[in-house]
Design a protein around this ligand. Structure first.
Ligand code: ATP
Length: 359
């Protein structure tokens, strides 16, 4: 039996990328086809290493080769990725900027931002995290970097701030430049300048995703970030209480304003329920049930997942090692699933496809 390139492309032309709604050949995702007798080798180039459909696409390719050419073929597939970039982030080398926002304070936005950034890195992406929460920067504590001060370096004759690297990601926080025991008495323009410097004056290098932890609410920093840098999309974090949901709705309203126009990648519900360690099967919906999902439906955005109220999440944040770094914790998978869904939504938006879910 002889196999030809044309047969392989014809077979794989029947495999659709479920999110992008086109076949893998049209999308130029099939590369490096090598044929040696009945042995076939090729690469599938996904839009993100955090693609939740990786296994499904690989199986669909195998089935297509078996069905359209022959089940006798020994197929070896190299599942690889090339992260797609939004049109322009305004930050050289950075492909996508993801804002993490909440309406209300204390709902776990920074916890989600840190675990999202680390989750994307664990999936193989190059990631940075900016902590732009001027009123309560959390990155220094959550990453065990209290007192850390970034170095300056000369890049192409310009002075650049070197982000601090920890757990495989690059970090900058407003907290690295302020005294943790003093309030920050900055007026609007000073805040804007400081936040813009975190983006513009830092040596971020090449990044697939730059995650930005915004302060709660809708203030100067939100306006500065969204108007100065095109954002791939915003992730909204809320808890199930009505007060948090009402504030989240206001935050979403801001992203949807014509002057801002940032796609909402989806809603994450944090502190969804409480499960005591001694009764792991029990779920207590102490703040109400289903609010985050309902909010996502109302704004026709994807619901990206729920995270329960768990002691190890707050303990890990306080001890400088975000939870997703623990291999054996059941919550790790919840954060990794969320990271995959966020990366998936970024790829969908980058392909110019609406990510609105209309029921
Ligand atoms: N799912 C969770 N289970 C247990 N504790 C949590 C959970 N999510 C967050 N926390 C804890 O709640 C506190 C507030 O979380 P975090 O700082 O992430 O919130 P935030 O929304 O960023 O707050 P801020 O308004 O200050 O920016 C932290 O001590 C954090 O460890």
């Amino acid at each position: 039996m002889t196999i030809t390139h044309e047969q392989v492309l014809h077979a794989l032309g029947h495999v659709e990328e479920p999110d992008l709604k086109k076949d893998l050949v049209t999308l130029n995702m099939i590369q490096d086809i090598k044929i040696d007798g009945t042995k076939l080798n090729f690469s599938v180039v996904l839009t993100t290493p955090a693609c939740p459909l990786k296994g499904l696409i690989e199986n669909a390719c195998r089935n297509a080769i078996s069905h359209f050419i022959s089940p006798e073929i020994e197929v070896s597939i190299n599942m690889t990725s090339q992260v797609t970039a939004q049109k322009n982030t305004g930050v050289p080398g950075v492909k996508n900027i993801i804002a993490v926002a909440s309406g209300k304070g204390g709902v776990g936005k920074s916890t989600v931002a840190a675990n999202l950034a680390l989750g994307l890195a664990q999936k193989g992406a190059k990631v940075g995290l900016i902590d732009a929460d001027i009123y309560g920067p959390s990155v220094p504590i959550m990453f065990g970097l209290e007192g850390a001060r970034p170095m300056a370096s000369q890049v192409n004759g310009k002075t650049r701030i070197e982000p601090i690297e920890k757990y495989g990601i690059k970090l900058l926080s407003i907290g690295f430049f302020t005294d943790p025991n003093q309030p920050v008495p900055w007026r609007g323009p000073m805040v804007s300048t400081a936040v813009k410097q975190l983006f513009n004056d830092a040596d971020w290098g090449e990044l697939d995703y730059l995650v930005v932890d915004l302060p709660p609410g809708t203030g100067d920093i939100h306006i500065t970030v969204t108007q100065s840098f095109p954002i791939a999309g915003a992730v909204i974090v809320t808890t199930p209480q009505n007060v948090a949901l009402a504030d989240a709705r206001k935050g979403i309203g801001m992203f949807m304003m014509d002057a801002i126009n940032v796609p909402v990648l989806g809603v994450i519900e944090n502190m969804s329920y409480f499960t005591p360690a001694e009764l792991p099967e029990n779920k207590y919906y102490i703040f109400g049930q289903g609010g985050g999902q309902k909010l996502a439906e109302q704004i026709e955005a994807p619901f990206l997942g729920e995270i329960p109220l768990v002691k190890s999440i707050s303990e890990s944040g306080d001890s400088g090692q975000p939870l997703v770094l623990q291999d054996n914790n059941p919550m790790t998978q919840a954060f990794l699933n969320i990271a995959e869904r966020v990366a998936q939504q970024v790829a969908i938006c980058n392909a110019g496809i609406s990510n609105k879910i209309i029921n």
